[in-house]
Design a protein around this ligand. Sequence first.
Ligand code: HEC
Length: 338
Amino acid sequence: MTSAITAQRMLSPRLPLRLCASAASLLFPLVGLSAADTPTYAKNIQPILADRCYSCHGPEKQKGELRLDSPEAIKKGGKNGAILTSGDPAKSTLYSLTLLPAGDDDRMPAKGDSLTQAQTDAIRDWIKSGAAFDGVAGVVAKPEPVNGPLHLGPSDIDLASGKLSKPDAAALKALSDAGAIITLISSNGAALDVDLSHLTEPLTAGHLKELDRLAANVFWLDLQGSALTDAGLASVAKCRNLTRLHLNRTAVSDAGLGALKGLAGLEYLNLVGTSVGDAGLAHFAGLTKLQRLYVWQTKVTDAGGAKLKAANAALVINRGPAFSKVDVPDPEGGRRRR
Ligand code: HEC
């Protein structure tokens, strides 16, 4: 289920960064606290947990060996480990379990009504913005040591973007005026999630030129369903720090994907619904960080997938639900008919 969700898109409307002439002034540290719309732990999240979760995950009871009544406990997680992955709601059971339907045994809270949409959205947006524990006595804003067991503190993106300068404000404004949804995803305001999948007009070379100006700052890029072609991949290739890339439902081809060979940090790539086949995949043999590759509704074959996996054993290639139920013969044959 998780993979299906991730494949569709990062669960959710993004938190749009409202950009104006003074865009640069918005880009100050602690993303979660800078954008007016972003929920904060003390104001939005803790009250939800206190109201709906502490009864089973607090001082009295620790169901699932989990407490949710302090930042430390939340970071520690439960019997199955971490429940929070900063920046990634889909990977955070603190959020995902609250989305399950009321009849599901795993739905949280385990009793009573489901959380409201506003509450689950707040949790999602808080996690997405970096899951900062603001305003809690005794908690210092200083991040956790990087190599600690927890997934909190400076994310990989914080580290990778540490030396980058702030994104070009004019390019940010031009793209957001064109309908792009741009979100800050590092605490230093340097790393961006750029969603070009909902532009008001179809993607043009002009948009890609603006993207070029932001290239170093773009860590996540969503071009799904856009008018992107192989020619436009040159701009994608300039985004050297990309870790997530959505190219699903675009006209990119096997030949064009060769341009992406240099994206050494790429961890997630979605090519669902493209004409891509094994030859396209072959370009990714050197991308050793690649962990997830989505190729439903493409021409990729088992052999092509296996070849790529031989170069990168950690890679999970998802060929979609169709492949788990194709042509299963009906055990009852024709006898089912009355
Ligand atoms: C009525 C009791 C109850 C309430 C209220 C409740 N939970 Fe739980 N929770 C449980 C139980 C029981 C488990 C363990 C389930 C299992 O192990 O199968 C659990 C497990 C979890 C886990 C998984 C922990 C792990 O490591 O496996 C998470 C995350 C979680 N709850 C989040 C929440 C959140 C968030 C809320 C409030 C919105 C909440 N729970 C409210 C009973 C509750």
